[in-house]
Design a protein around this ligand. Sequence first.
Ligand SMILES: [Mg+2]
Length: 309
Amino acid sequence: MNIVRNKILGCLYGQAIGDALGLGTEFMCKSKIKNIYPDGLSRYEQIHQDSHRKRWEKGAWTDDTDMMLCILKAYDGQEFNINKVAENFKGWFNGAPMGIGNNTFKVLCMSDYVEQPELCSKIMWDISRHKSAANGALMRTSVVGIPKIRTEQQAETICKLTHYDPRCIGSCVIVSLIIHNLIWNNKQLSVDEIKHIGNHYDQRIGEWIDAAYISSDISSLELDKADSVGYTLRTLSAALWAYWHASSFEDGLLSVVNEGGDADTNAAVGCAILGAKFGYSSIPSYYIDNLQSKDIYKLIIEAFVSQIL
Ligand SMILES: [Mg+2]
């Protein structure tokens, strides 16, 4: 397979696979994971069917990948059409989606969202007194790294459609640029390059980049820490850990998923990066073959990739 195609497909499948397997430990702490999955969670069919999880078929992706597809479907052959992205978000919202995050819900609720998405997003951020910095934009940003041009501007603008905080924007730009460089330049951005991007948006990002870089053991990132599950910089650190420390796609997937916390989002972002790094051909076929709606997914992403290549 063509190298670039292998990386693009790896990224898009990584997103959905991380999301689908991560649902199995989402919102769990590590002691609960040990109880429910004594040998660890590694297969979709193990997913514990409690009231949160049983709403999805085993192996189904959640809101993270739904929203990624809203962006993907707004590609116009050159870049993502921002008005269309906002329309797609609202259309998805109107379908009463499962698993929608709190901030995203509040922003997409607003009646004039499609006309003024960025203003709606800023209003909700202002109401939070600039404290809210959830991972709801980071979870869907992987696809923004795929087109050839304008990665940084598009990542920033698409983030601000629902998440206005500079920590959210910086996280989205970092992940999109990492993916873009892996795909098109076969280049791994270094820790200094990533910190430089982060500092451009918010000085608070740097320490989370450092933590991911120096922690050979993922458990020191405390991804299941109750007070900040869903924080954009915690998810960024999980994804960067996978980028620097996972020895393979599967190693990264299982490491992140078995840490709990916002596991579907952490693994969606981390595995999108790992797919772009190691390629589609490195993904064990089990995870692709047993994804729910895999035929629909294949059709959608093949159509997108044929517009890119
Ligand atoms: Mg989710």
